[in-house]
Design a binder for this molecule. Structure first.
Ligand code: NAD
Length: 495
């Protein structure tokens, strides 16, 4: 039985004597403990991060970049190990876990370009013999708080860029699958990162509150559910911190009558049921426009029935369990509610049993047809393998559904009409939009972030948004005068 501690100043250590269980979602059995850190753990982490920042911020960007390049090489050798840790504690399939590790590593790769990314702007002669230029300087101690569903990728949206910018970083991972963060930090040390630049502190909301209340922490990056994102945003802002807080989602995929039906069905199946629907970019609503609806629903239903639901240790598994017993019960309640609300339950995943894994948190692919925008299963994020089909009469009705929803993370349209596609990408009030792709997750050199109740703050994550979030802009105006001093000026200088 493993015990997951903290990673402070290059060592695995903890002072608290309180622990939480870590469970294997496939078996529903305890596989370890994670520390619920105390004030002492937090103080030690903070001291380490403060000291490390002073030295690390003096490293030239090129030296930082070389350590990050080495880290990338080490990560490449450890993809399988990291993915296995993810699957063991999260339950997702090994291939899916590997994909998420690789998407995280792409941010590390992006961060190796930091000498270029930090270049400022320069203007000669903004006034006679006066030059002006801008630089971006690190913030200091930065912090990240992350959810259970991507224990490698989501932390990697944050810390590689923050550290590349010259900050130290404190990560508070999800208490449900904390081991991957410790491994990511150990591998960074192996690459030559000085101790204390990347610390990991485990725990639950008490540690989050210590982070939010600590005046020497300059910024908070959060990813998780919307109520907590809003709380983190408000409290951090009140305490004068820079904050980006990404929340929940209800992503719509619109299928137009002229869409390639088979492509749309494949896209929906993967995006709705992959990772048991526990992705913030999962498709949870398919909007069938016009006459395509009957054939779309038939095909989704036929295909979803054939999905192999099994633990990650079975290499043919296409969908694993959900994260916990409590989360499974919450999803089952949503399915009950959907039935009561009058939606047509075409596939019911409530009673799935997998031999040898009877206590696992499995739910089979679930499909509702004829869902409408007044139903709870439409309005709320379910975060499980439950797909709702809404039938819309026209493109305008479909777009209105997308835009009226409180969440604005991702959306996609399947169509062969360029004009419709252009109208949709321009007019949908959503942060990440796809055309004939089901999950439009931006690459590391672009930025990830939703609109409306899916993101609180001004910056999305990674890409140039990440570099800007983790640095302060300074603009310098300079003159080296040999000329005669003309005396004080009392008006705004102009050219
Ligand atoms: P969560 O909000 O329960 O937890 C996220 C983090 O907040 C964890 O580290 C947790 O320990 C901490 N936390 C939980 N309750 C808290 C409280 N009361 N006070 C302070 N901190 C608290 O989210 P989760 O269940 O781990 O993850 C699933 C959610 O994350 C879904 O809503 C999903 O949509 C969202 N998510 C969003 C994105 C995105 O990019 N927008 C990406 C991944 C996941």
């Amino acid at each position: 039985m493993k015990t997951v501690k903290n990673y402070i100043d290059g060592s695995s250590i903890c002072y608290s004597k309180n622990f939480l269980d870590i469970n294997d979602p496939s078996k529903g059995e305890k596989i370890g403990n994670v520390v619920l850190s105390s004030t002492e753990d937090f103080e030690r982490t903070l001291n380490s991060s403060k000291k490390a920042f002073l030295a690390w911020s003096e490293f030239t960007p090129l030296k930082r970049s070389r350590i990050i390049s080495k880290y990338k090489e080490i990560l490449e050798k450890n993809i399988e190990t990291l993915a296995t840790i993810v699957s063991e504690e999260h339950g997702k399939t090994l291939e899916d876990a590997k994909g998420s590790v690789i998407r995280g590593m792409e941010v590390v790769e992006f961060a190796t370009g930091i000498p270029h990314l930090l270049k400022g702007e320069f203007s000669q002669n903004v006034g006679t013999n006066i030059d002006s230029w801008s630089i971006r300087q690190p913030l200091g101690i930065t912090a990240g708080i992350t959810p259970f569903n991507f224990p490698a990728m989501v932390p990697m949206w944050m810390y590689p860029i923050s550290i590349a910018c010259g900050n130290s970083f404190i990560l508070k991972p999800s208490e449900k699958d904390p081991s991957c963060s410790i491994k990511l930090a150990e591998l960074f040390s192996e690459a030559g990162l000085p101790d204390g630049v990347f610390n990991v502190i485990n725990g639950d909301k008490d540690i989050v509150n210590m982070i939010l209340d600590e005046s020497s922490i300059s910024s908070v990056s959060f990813v998780g559910s919307t109520p907590i994102a809003k709380y983190v945003y408000e409290k951090s802002a009140l305490n004068g911190k820079r904050v980006q807080a990404l929340g929940g989602a209800k992503n719509h995929l619109v299928v137009m009558p002229d869409a390639n039906l088979d492509q749309a069905v494949d896209g929906i199946i993967g995006a709705a049921y992959g990772s048991a629907g526990e992705r913030c970019m999962a498709v949870s609503v398919a909007v069938a426009v016009g006459e395509i609806a009957d054939s779309l629903v038939d095909k989704i239903s036929n295909k979803a029935q054939t999905l192999k639901v099994a633990p990650w240790t079975d290499s043919s598994s296409e969908m694993g369990p959900v994260i916990s017993k409590e989360h499974k019960e919450k999803i089952l309640n949503y399915i009950d509610t959907g039935e009561k609300e009058g939606a047509h339950l075409l596939l019911d995943g409530r009673n799935i049993k997998i031999q040898g894994y009877e206590n696992g948190y499995f739910i089979g692919p679930t499909l509702f047809d004829n869902v409408n925008n007044q139903m709870k299963i439409y309005k709320e994020e379910i975060f499980g393998p439950v797909l709702s089909v809404v039938r819309a009469k026209s493109y305008d009705e479909a777009l209105k559904l997308v835009n009226d929803h409180e969440f604005g993370n991702g959306t996609s349209i399947y169509t062969s009409d360029g004009e419709i596609s252009r109208h949709f990408t321009t007019n949908s009030k959503i942060g990440m939009v796809g055309v004939n792709v089901p999950i439009p997750v931006p690459m590391a050199f672009h930025s990830f972030g939703g609109w409306k109740n899916s993101l609180f703050g001004d910056h999305a994550m990674h890409g140039m948004e990440g570099v800007h979030f983790y640095t302060k802009l300074k603009t310098i105006t300079s003159r080296w005068p040999k000329s005669i001093n003309s005396g004080p000026e009392f008006k705004m200088p102009t050219n």
